[in-house]
Structures are given as structure tokens and as C-alpha cells.
Design a protein around this ligand. Structure first.
Ligand code: IMP
Length: 442
């Protein structure tokens, strides 16, 4: 049995929370390697909606250890709020179950303001970020101004770093008409976080290597989606982290060889929050129906998601750059209210056929998708649990997706509940081995 990476193959919101929640029983640890509390992973527990932003979704399974890697940008406020929400739900969370990297970057109070200034300076071309300070925190990391979790535990270092940052940043804030931040106030608040966080803080790379040596298995939980990756997404309309497979290694301090299998999550239509090119977007009644039926509102910001048809060119690209071994298909039941379904299999650009996803946004903005049309299947597959019960119309769509992407489907989510899942044991066995037998029984 292998360590497994689970990631989104579109622009996020593919249903990672639910898939991770389903797979978690087969693993010992669940580790996040990038992003921050811009993510929103939704899980339904006994009919109750739980949205996790920062702590890995595996925390809902007793006995599993969750890890927040160095590749994340960490908001102490979001962390403590989530901790208290989880405890309110009766979930036991302590330092034995939750490990935080010393080297994770800390989101500071000035980061959201930097983001506000940057977004408004872009005017019409704004990225439409989640306004959580994610981008500016990563900017500071790369510019080497960042404050890391380890610094919060070292008062003298922390004070000096805040002072150094504010020496430059306050000048910028004042130039834009905002009052300066006080070193002392930030220092007091963050030194206090440091004390409270101390029990959770570890060298995550050392910790994970020990766990691997002891034979433990890790589920790597991606946040956002491949098309929001800072290098491979629709730049500049992306998030600021490495959502793709390469991020696991740099975001946790592990060799790439530790990612032994990759499961890509694909919604059978496409959504996107924020700005940026979206070739198969539906700005009509059909898009509105999908949004309503699929409850397509941002789990973090509540913003309505833009909806469109499935885009095989984009997902094939995501499968290629991540080495996706198997797929999880989500939300097929949402399409059942429509009269017909379309799926894009290639683009046309200035008269030529494009089968590879272009990296330039100005090309992507102008491509014309070519569609294959499918009738809507009947009867409904909502809440089905067995592959054998799936109607042939749905199987035609599923097999077309598999053939077009050249990847087999191993999981099909048929509703929001934990138990609304069909899994193809033979496909899962190829990546999980004998542990595949135990899934879906909890
Ligand atoms: P940021 O991550 O807040 O900087 O936002 C950058 C872009 O990524 C915006 O278009 C956001 O809407 C999008 N984004 C960030 N996190 C998520 C997510 O978890 N799901 C979907 N879109 C996201």
C-alpha cells in the first residue's frame, strides 16, 4: 500500500473534503502541503455540514494524525477558531493528533491590507482573491521577509522581524492613506499565539520521516486545484502556492518518491471562483441551474461560483502534470435536471485545433470549445452506492471521460453524505492494495 496524493484537477471546489474523508480510514496520517485558510473543504457528518479551511479534513476521523506543512501560510486566528469549532462538535483535537510545521509562514495582520491595496490597484484586472492575506504572505516568503511559526516561539526574533517588516510596510500603508501598524501590538498578540501553539509545533520533515520509517502511510491532501497552481494554473489568475504534485515535496520536506500514487478529483462540470479565463463557462440559464442544483457558492467567501461544462482539455492537462493514476468523479447527480449535457474535448483557436491546454491567458480567453453532447441518464443516480445500479446513459458519459483522459475512475460521489459514494474496488486496489477492502465501512 502506498502513500497517496489527493488533489483537484480543476479550479478547486471539486469535492476534496468529502473524498479525503472517505479515504482517510486507510491511512495513518493526513498532511496538507500548501495554501492556507483560503481553502474550504466541506464534509457532511451525520447530516451536519462541517467546513474546514486550514486543518486537514482527516481530523474528523479519530486516531488519525493531521499535519500542517511548511508549504502552508498559517493564520493563528483561523487555526484557533477551527480548533474550537471542532471541539464544539465533539472532535478530540490535541497535539498528539495535530502537528504544525515550525517553518510554515505566518499570515500577519498587515497581509490582508497589502492584498486590498494590490487588488484595487489592478482595477478591472483584479484576481478576485479570497482576501485572507494568502498572496502577500507568500510574497513575503519569496522576498525573504516572512515570519515563520518557529519565530513566534522566540520573542526577541519575533519582535525584530515585525519591526523590520513594518519599517518598509508602514511607509507603503501611509502612502495609500492607511494608518501604520504598531510593532508592540502585533508583537504582544503573536507572542501569545506562539505560547499557545508551542505544543503543536514540530519539525514536520523529521516527524514524517520517522512515521514513514515506522511503516505509517500518508494521505497528502491538496487544496485549491491544479488550474490555480502558481506555475501551471491560469497565471496570473491563480493562487500563490504549488497546488500540483510537486508541492508535496517542497511543502512537507519529503522526497518526491514518497508520492506513490495520485488520485485526481474531477467534478463532472466545471466551476471557478474569482476572475480569469474559463473557456466552457455558461453565462445562461443552464449555468444558473447547475449553480443552484450544485449549491455552487464559495465555501470560504460565500461568493457564487461561475459554472460551465466539463472541460476535458483542462483536466487532461491536470492529469498529465500531476501523473494522475485514478479519478474520483463528483456531483454527477447535479446534471440530472438538465435536458442534455455537453463536454468539451478540444479547443479551436484562430482556425487551428488545440488539444493541449495553452499556458497563455490571452489564448485561453479566446479559444472556442468544441463539444460532445450526451443525453441525460435516467433513472437518477442520486445516493446510489453500487456500481451495478448505474444506468447505461451515465456509464456512457463516465467511459467517455475515462477514454478522453486516459485515466480510470475509482470513485463516484453520488450525494453530499459520507455514505453517498460508489467505489470501484479493483481500481482502488491498484493504489491502496488490501486496504481498499476497508473503505466505506466506517
Ligand atoms: P487567493 O488564494 O485568496 O490568493 O485567491 C486567488 C484565486 O484562487 C481566486 O480566484 C480565488 O477565488 C481562488 N481560490 C483560492 N482558494 C480557493 C479554493 O479553495 N477554491 C476555489 N478557488 C479558490
Amino acid at each position: 500500500m502506498s502513500n497517496l496524493l489527493v488533489l483537484g484537477t480543476q479550479w478547486g471546489d471539486e469535492g476534496k473534503g468529502k473524498v479525503v474523508d472517505f479515504l482517510a480510514p486507510a491511512f495513518d496520517l493526513i498532511a496538507r502541503y500548501q495554501g492556507g485558510h483560503n481553502a474550504g473543504h466541506t464534509v457532511y457528518l451525520s447530516g451536519k455540514k462541517v467546513v474546514l479551511h486550514l486543518i486537514p479534513s482527516g481530523i474528523l476521523h479519530p486516531g488519525k494524525i493531521c499535519v500542517i506543512g511548511n508549504g502552508l501560510v498559517f493564520s493563528p486566528q483561523a487555526f484557533f477558531k477551527e480548533l474550537s469549532d471542532l471541539r464544539g462538535l465533539g472532535v478530540k483535537v490535541d497535539e498528539k493528533r495535530l502537528v504544525l510545521s515550525r517553518a510554515a509562514q505566518v499570515i500577519m495582520p498587515y497581509h490582508p491590507l497589502m492584498e486590498k491595496i494590490s487588488e484595487s490597484a489592478r482595477g478591472q484586472k483584479m484576481i478576485g482573491t479570497t482576501c485572507r492575506g494568502i498572496g502577500p504572505c507568500y510574497e513575503d516568503k519569496i522576498a525573504r521577509w516572512g515570519i515563520r511559526v518557529g519565530d513566534l516561539l522566540e520573542p526577541a526574533v519575533l519582535r525584530e522581524k515585525i519591526e523590520d517588516n513594518l519599517r518598509i510596510k508602514n511607509k507603503i500603508f501611509e502612502a495609500f492613506g492607511f494608518p501604520p501598524f504598531s510593532t508592540e501590538e502585533i508583537y504582544r498578540e503573536y507572542a501569545d499565539y506562539g505560547e499557545k501553539l508551542a505544543p503543536f509545533v514540530q519539525d514536520v520533515s523529521v516527524f514524517l520521516h520517522q512515521q514513514i520509517k515506522a511503516g505509517k502511510k500518508i494521505l497528502f491532501e491538496g487544496a485549491q486545484g491544479a488550474l490555480l497552481d502558481v506555475d501551471f494554473g491560469t497565471y496570473p489568475y491563480v493562487t500563490s502556492s504549488s497546488c500540483t504534485a510537486g508541492g508535496v515535496s517542497t511543502g512537507l520536506g519529503l522526497s518526491p518518491k514518497q508520492v506513490q500514487a495520485v488520485l485526481g478529483i474531477t467534478k463532472v462540470y466545471t466551476t471557478r471562483v474569482g476572475s480569469g479565463p474559463f473557456p466552457t463557462e455558461l453565462k445562461d440559464e443552464t449555468g444558473a441551474t447547475i449553480a443552484r442544483k450544485g449549491d455552487e457558492f464559495g465555501a470560504t467567501t460565500g461568493r457564487p461560483r461561475r459554472c460551465g461544462w466539463f472541460d476535458a482539455v483542462a483536466v487532461r492537462y491536470a492529469c498529465r502534470i500531476n501523473g494522475v493514476d485514478v479519478l474520483a468523479l463528483t456531483k454527477p447527480d447535479v446534471l440530472e435536471e438538465l435536458r442534455e449535457i455537453k463536454a468539451c474535448f478540444r479547443y479551436r483557436y484562430k482556425g487551428s485545433v488545440l488539444t493541449d491546454f495553452p499556458s497563455d491567458p490571452w489564448i485561453l480567453e479566446k479559444v472556442e470549445p468544441e463539444y460532445r453532447t450526451f443525453p441525460v441518464w435516467s433513472p437518477s443516480i442520486h445516493r446510489l452506492k453500487n456500481f451495478e445500479e448505474l444506468p447505461s446513459g451515465f456509464l456512457d458519459y463516465l467511459h467517455w471521460i475515462e477514454d478522453t483522459l486516459e485515466v480510470k475512475v475509482a470513485l463516484i460521489s453520488t450525494g453530499v453524505g459520507r455514505e453517498d459514494m460508489i467505489y470501484l474496488k479493483d481500481e482502488m486496489k491498484k493504489i491502496l492494495g488490501e486496504k481498499a477492502e476497508f473503505l466505506g465501512r466506517e
